[in-house]
Design a binder for this molecule. Structure first.
Ligand code: GLV
Ligand code: MN
Ligand code: MN
Length: 416
C-alpha cells in the first residue's frame, strides 16, 4: 500500500505548491484547487464512480447508486451507522477538502480524499462488495482562507449558513463566493444529507499526540469550540515625521495591546488565541495607520472558557482603544460549537483499529456534519506535529496505515 499511496500522492503533490516556501496555495475555486477538483473527477471516473454535486461546490463520487431525487430511505439517515449490524440503504460518506491555508501543508485535507479513493481500491481488491453506497466527498472552502468562513461547503449543505450570506462573502480581491462558484449556492440539501448514514473523515493529525502515543492512527473524540472575530480599529492616518507623539490616534497601538492581551488571557485559561492575519491602511512605513484590522482565532476545551476568553479580550481592546482615542468594532465571523463525536461509533472504531481516542483543537467538516449524522474522524500521525505550515508531515508508511484503517472502517460500516 505504501507504494500505491506514493504513486497517487505524487499526482497531486506539485499542484499549487509554492516553489519558495514549499507550502501550498490552494485556495477554494482558484486554478490549483480547480485542477484538484478535475483530478477528483478523473479518479472517480477511473473507478466507475459517478460524481454528483450539491450546488454548493461540494463534490461526491459514488460507489453505488448516486442520488436521483429525494432520499433513498425514510427519514434522516435511515439505515443508520450500522450500529446493530443490520443492513440499510444509507450511504457511508468519507473524504475531506482540497483547499489550503496560505502556504499550508500538503496533507491537511487532500490526505482524506486520496486515502478515500485508495480505501475503495483496497476493498475492491479484497473482493468486498458494500451493501450500501460508499461516497467520497471533496468539500469546498474548508479553511475559509479565501472567503473567511471555515467549512463553508459543509455549512451550506447542512443549512448552518444562509445561502444568501454565503453567496455574498467576498475574497480579498472583491470576488464573491457566488461569482467564484458561477452561481448562487443552492444551500441546505436535506434530501442529500438524508442519504448518508455516517461520515468518516480521515485527516493528518495537527499536533503531537500520536507521536507521544507512538501510534500511526487515532480516532477523534471531540473538537474544541472555536471561532473567528474581526477587530477593526480606526484612528487617524498622519505623517510619521511631523505628528507629535501626544497628538496621535494610532490604531496600531490598540492592535498591539489587543494581541498581547489575547495571548495572556488564553494562557490564563488554558485556551488558545491567535492573531495570524492583519490588514493595515495605508500600510506605509512613514504613515501612522488610519485603520488596522486583525482577526482573532480563539479556541478552548469548554464553551464557557471560550466565551470568557473572547469577552476578556474585547474588554481589554475596548479599554485600550479609549486610551488611544481609536474606535473599535468587533464582528464575529464564524463560530463552531463544541463537537462531541458519536461516542458509540468512536469506541467501536477505536476497538476495531486498536487505536487511541483523542480530542483536537482543529476545525473540520466532520465537526459540522456531526450535528446531522453519526460522524467519526481518523487521524494519521504527523512526525513534526506542525500543521498550517509547509513543515506539516506524514510518512508514506503512516499514510498507508491510514488507508488500511479507513478501508477497515468502511468495510465495517458499509459492507455488512
Ligand atoms: C481548520 O483547519 C482550522 O482548524 O482552522
Ligand atoms: Mn486546516
Ligand atoms: Mn483540514
Amino acid at each position: 500500500m505504501t507504494g500505491r499511496f506514493r504513486e497517487l500522492w505524487d499526482e497531486i503533490a506539485p499542484v499549487g505548491r509554492d516553489a519558495d516556501s514549499g507550502g501550498y496555495l490552494r485556495y477554494a475555486l482558484t486554478p490549483p484547487e480547480l485542477r484538484l477538483r478535475e483530478w477528483f473527477r478523473e479518479q472517480a471516473d477511473l473507478r466507475g464512480m459517478p460524481v454528483s454535486g450539491d450546488g454548493n461546490g461540494n463534490l461526491f463520487a459514488w460507489w453505488g447508486d448516486p442520488p436521483t431525487d429525494g432520499p433513498a430511505t425514510d427519514g434522516p439517515n435511515a439505515g443508520g451507522p450500522n450500529a446493530d449490524g443490520s443492513a440499510g440503504t444509507g450511504a457511508v460518506l468519507t473524504g475531506s477538502h482540497f483547499d489550503s491555508v496560505p502556504h499550508g501543508g500538503a496533507y491537511d485535507g487532500p490526505l482524506g480524499i486520496v486515502s478515500a479513493f485508495l480505501a475503495v481500491d483496497e476493498l475492491r481488491a479484497a473482493g468486498v462488495t458494500p451493501v450500501r453506497p460508499v461516497v467520497v466527498a471533496a468539500f469546498v472552502e474548508e479553511e475559509g482562507a479565501r472567503f473567511g468562513v471555515p467549512c463553508l461547503g459543509s455549512r451550506l449543505l447542512t443549512g448552518e449558513i444562509d445561502a444568501d450570506r454565503a453567496a455574498g462573502l467576498r475574497d480579498a480581491a472583491g470576488v464573491s463566493f457566488a461569482e467564484a462558484l458561477g452561481h448562487r449556492p443552492a444551500g441546505a440539501d436535506p434530501a442529500l444529507l438524508g442519504r448518508f448514514a455516517a461520515f468518516v473523515e480521515l485527516h493528518v493529525e495537527q499536533g503531537r499526540a500520536l507521536v507521544d502515543a507512538d501510534a500511526p492512527v487515532a480516532v477523534a473524540s471531540a473538537i474544541w469550540p472555536h471561532g473567528r472575530w474581526r477587530f477593526e480599529l480606526r484612528g487617524e492616518g498622519n505623517h510619521a515625521g511631523t505628528t507629535r507623539m501626544a497628538d496621535r490616534r494610532d490604531p496600531m497601538l490598540t492592535f498591539a495591546f489587543t494581541v498581547l492581551a489575547a495571548n495572556k488571557e488564553a494562557r490564563l485559561r488554558g485556551a488558545h488565541a491567535t492573531v495570524g492575519r492583519v490588514a493595515v491602511e495605508p500600510n506605509a512605513t512613514n504613515a501612522i495607520p488610519s485603520t488596522v484590522t486583525g482577526w482573532l482565532d480563539a479556541r478552548a476545551a469548554e464553551p464557557d472558557t471560550l466565551d470568557g476568553l473572547v469577552e476578556a479580550v474585547q474588554a481589554k481592546a475596548a479599554e485600550r482603544s479609549r486610551r488611544d482615542g481609536t474606535e473599535l468594532t468587533v464582528t464575529r465571523e464564524s463560530a463552531t460549537p463544541l463537537v462531541t463525536f458519536d461516542g458509540g461509533l468512536a469506541d467501536r472504531l477505536a476497538g476495531l483499529l486498536a487505536a487511541p481516542v483523542l480530542p483536537t483543537g482543529a476545525g473540520h467538516d466532520a465537526g459540522v456534519l456531526a450535528a446531522h449524522l453519526p460522524t467519526a474522524m481518523l487521524f494519521v500521525r504527523n512526525p513534526t506535529g506542525v500543521s498550517h505550515s509547509p513543515a506539516e508531515a506524514a510518512t508514506d508508511d503512516d499514510c498507508a496505515a491510514g488507508v488500511v484503517a479507513l478501508a477497515r472502517v468502511l468495510e465495517e460500516l458499509a459492507c455488512h
